[in-house]
Design a binder for this molecule. Sequence first.
Ligand SMILES: [Fe+2]
Length: 323
Amino acid sequence: MKQTTLRYRALRRVRSLPAETASRLLGMPAISRTLNKAYEKARASHRPRLPGLSSRDMDIVAGLEKNGVYITSLAALDLPGTDALWTSATGIANAYSVRAKAGEFAGQYTVQVGAEDMMRHPHIVHWPLNDRILDIVETYLGLPAACDTLNFFYTLADGRQVAARRWHRDVEDRRMVKVIVYLHDVDEEGGPLEVLHRAFPGCDQLDGANFPVLTQEMLEGRLGGTLERGDVTTCTGKAGTVIFADVASRYHRGRPAIARDRSALFYNFFSRSPLRPFFCERHVFSRAQLAELAAGQTARARDCMLWHANVPLLARIVPRARA
Ligand SMILES: [Fe+2]
């Protein structure tokens, strides 16, 4: 069993090599300067075409700019399709909870709802693809948004500091927006998202192909002391809480759940030419399933979902890294 795990890890590492090499190349000063210039130019030329927002939606963008996070709720957002989303997603979450209690996921720290289940509930995928959410994301990014669908995570309350439960930054793009929906109440012991508001040496520099990934103890070591109130936003909330967070420019983690398992939806947004497309598409859907999900949607939603077809060829040929 242990050997299989090691072999799997080695294989995953080999598969990730092209993506990590490409990422290192992008980090070289001359290349990164050129890319940054092109990025700033694209943002400047898109500025006059940015959508107008209502003042309550502007608050979400302002929260992202100031704190990297904004907490609201399904009821406050009041988007079309919310009832159908809630019925399906909580139904799936309850089914996973029954399976977890029966011991089916023993040894795993997080389980993801698979593509077959999700394809039976396409409205879960479609829920944020409406003009209001896309306008919010576009305004924050300063560029048209891509939607890399979602991850429906069932997290087991084992208290382990592993994977996304360690402090990290996502690396797909310069700015990103995750829209997270809690499917039940999430308190401090139930695995809330946490966003860091403090800087430390190295937090802004890519270390190799990635930012350093840190346990709580390692982070406190780098900060030179324990975290104080105000250093972190701990996103606790009732069932139906919705969190907007920029997981690329802010260090964050899923605080390890200790009291109860957590079910939540994580919708992924970035620009249509993300900096590191080979780290994107860490969802459960095949390209054929994406095409099926995009069919019949508005032109804007289709362009959001099928962003990959328009990234430059050079970036497209780097095989994507495994999650
Ligand atoms: Fe993350």
